[in-house]
Design a protein. Structure first.
Length: 322
């Protein structure tokens, strides 16, 4: 059984992109005609299909659906952008070298403003990834090749560990991917915990995940599930306006800041949640500081240790503590 991935994890709301794609059916048909003719933004940029040009109309098919079987790396670029001309060829070369471990989707921001805005791109070149329909930022700017390789390796590892996606050939010319080993038997207690979480039985899910961890403290899937269930249980019944007013009025009130950070995360404001708690750690000491630090670590578990926002927040926490 694959680990649960919460839709509230601060990733881009891809539902709006999907709706926009459906509303542009005529544009999609035109794109398909251009692709068949071998020109225009819908055509593949490389014979193997490992590098593709994507527009708004084709985003659902070319990115969302494809991401269920292979990680899709998105390169936001423009013709006038000089750093884009450095990064683009590097990403294209690495896409060929990795031979199906990821697909590179190139999006011209001048022609696709809706996608540019939907992803919250601040500047280009900007690189995102989509795995199993979930989007996350990777880096911005023309990064050195060594750094790009490191990010791609981490992305592929995350796709394998969290979603069971190891890459797939994108057409007949691509090298076949080695057959996956069969999944290990499902732990019935862990399966019961997942079912409770899916059904909204948060108390039952919390207890079930704790049962798994009592037998296997290193079970990462159970750790993630427990963090998710506990977070959802904490925000149940909270009045968002009251919580945020209390946090704004009392910046040194630890409990007020913890509740506001939980709501930040559930609302998708990941950086705000992390920044709030890092600042609270800076302002507090003793047991209060330790309780905030531990809560921050729990929220890291919800998002995932490989997420760049978690990496940045860990660094900020370390600077405050030491």
């Amino acid at each position: 059984m694959q680990p649960r991935n919460m839709s509230m994890s601060g990733v881009v709301d891809l539902g709006a992109v999907k709706a926009a794609g459906e509303a542009k059916q005529k544009a999609e048909e035109a794109r398909a005609q251009r692709a068949a003719a071998g020109s225009g933004p819908g055509s593949a940029a490389a014979p193997s299909g490992l590098v593709i040009d994507v527009d708004e109309a084709g985003f659902e098919l070319d990115v969302l659906q494809r991401s269920a079987e292979v990680p899709v790396v998105i390169d936001f670029w423009a013709e006038w952008c000089e750093p884009c001309k450095q990064l683009g060829p590097l990403l294209e070369r690495l896409a060929q070298e990795y031979r199906g471990r990821f697909v590179l989707a190139k999006i011209d921001v001048d022609s696709n403003q809706m996608l540019f805005q939907q992803f919250g791109v601040q500047g280009i070149p900007a690189v995102f990834a989509v795995i199993a329909g979930q989007a996350l930022p990777l880096f911005q700017g023309a990064a050195p090749e060594a750094q790009v390789r490191q990010v791609l390796d981490q992305l592929i590892q995350a796709a394998e560990e969290r979603f069971g996606i190891v890459g797939a050939p994108v057409d007949g010319d691509a090298a076949p991917v080695a057959e996956q080993a069969p999944e290990p038997p499902v732990d019935p207690v862990l399966a019961a915990a997942h079912e409770a979480l899916d059904a909204g039985d948060l108390g039952g899910a919390v207890q079930a995940y704790r049962n798994v961890l009592s037998d296997n403290p290193l079970n990462q899937e159970a750790k993630l599930g427990l963090a998710q269930a506990e977070l959802l249980a904490r925000v149940q019944g909270l009045d968002e306006r009251e919580v945020r007013t209390a946090a704004a009025d009392a910046p040194t009130d630890v409990q007020a800041q913890l509740r506001a950070a939980d709501l930040d995360l559930v609302g998708g404001h990941v950086e705000d949640a992390f920044g709030r708690l890092v600042e609270t750690v800076r302002r507090t000491a003793g047991d209060d500081r330790e309780s905030v630090r531990l809560r921050l670590l729990e929220l890291f578990e919800v998002i995932g240790g490989e997420d760049p926002r978690v990496v940045a927040a860990r660094g900020a926490l370390a600077r405050v503590l030491f």
